[in-house]
Design a protein. Structure first.
Lengths: 116, 111
């Protein structure tokens, strides 16, 4: 069964709306979670690393004030796209890594965000 | 940071033929190399992986090879079937399990 739960799976909203996406680790505690963005026909690009109890680490070029990340517990990380615009429309996927750098990460099912 | 290049971007083969996808990476500290299959609108699914202390790994019709010296790794699919059609991504992990992905290969298997 799924080890990572991501909600919602699909969001359509008007420009200017803020959208929150949740990522839950179901079977183990996660001090770290990753947030990726994938535009159509492109690869997954890491946006930020979510750290439990501390600030997220953002990749170069990702606006911290635009994409708010909160990792308040060992099982939940949230990504809020603030004042979303059409160019923010994308597929957002979270993942939870296993301990150690040579282990697979477990992806959520992704959130398709469409801003009108 | 890590840079992963993947080729080809598209690959079309006849059912039953083999398919090969190649990736190179730049960071010699990378120690884990997963391959993912992604169908449209879905999350990537791990199909095979290899660690830096291994040169080759096989799982039924799928195999992966790793050349650490040259910093490249390859995915081999034999006896391809139409259901193998998808986008395939290679990735390289550095510290803390963070993955850098290749640009993807769209594989089409013609019946």
């Amino acid at each position: 069964g799924a080890v990572v739960s991501q909600h919602p799976s699909w969001v359509i909203c008007k420009s200017g709306t803020s959208v929150k996406i949740e990522c839950r680790s179901l079977d183990f505690q996660a001090t770290t979670m990753f947030w990726y963005r994938q535009f159509p026909k492109q690869s997954l690009m890491l946006m930020a690393t979510s750290n439990e109890g501390s600030k997220a680490t953002y990749e170069q070029g990702v606006e911290k004030d635009k994409f708010l990340i909160n990792h308040a517990s060992l099982t939940l990380s949230t990504l809020t796209v603030t004042s979303a615009h059409p160019e923010d429309s994308s597929f957002y996927i979270c993942s939870v890594p296993r301990e150690g750098s040579n282990q697979p990460q477990h992806f959520g099912d992704g959130t398709r965000l469409s801003i009108l | 940071g890590e840079n992963v290049e993947q080729h080809p971007s598209t690959l079309s083969v006849q059912e039953g033929d083999s398919a090969v996808i190649k990736c190179t990476y730049s960071d010699s500290a990378s120690n884990y190399f997963p391959w993912y299959k992604q169908e449209l609108g879905k999350r990537p699914q791990l199909i095979i992986d290899i660690r830096s202390n291994v040169g080759e790994k096989k799982d039924q019709r799928i195999a992966v090879t790793l050349n650490k010296t040259a910093k490249h790794f390859s995915l081999h699919i034999t006896e391809t079937q139409p259901e193998d059609s998808a986008v395939y991504f290679c990735a390289a992990n550095t510290n803390a399990g963070k993955s850098t992905f290749g640009d993807g290969t769209t594989l089409t298997v013609k019946p």
